[in-house]
Design a binder for this molecule. Structure first.
Ligand SMILES: [Zn+2]
Length: 74
């Protein structure tokens, strides 16, 4: 195994790392609603996956109602 002879400066390592870049997140179009979603995952906007509804997506109003119903319970 080769051995490192001298330490590199902080700047040298940082200059090398300027080429490390994060990839843009991958997105695919939902076949049901057409919005951009993550591949191989249920669409968070309509709850469909491969043309089948697998999740019910609550609207803001439904969510508020559910929250309020929970709070009013004794
Ligand atoms: Zn969708």
């Amino acid at each position: 195994m080769p051995k490192v002879k001298h330490r590199h400066s902080k700047a040298r390592g940082r200059k090398r790392r300027t080429h490390y870049k994060a990839d843009a997140p991958v997105g695919v179009k939902c076949t049901h609603c057409g919005k951009t979603k993550k591949p191989s995952q249920v669409c968070p906007y309509c709850g469909y996956f491969k043309g089948v509804q697998v999740m019910k997506i609550e609207t803001i109003e439904e969510r508020k109602e559910r929250r309020d119903a929970k709070r009013t319970r004794p």
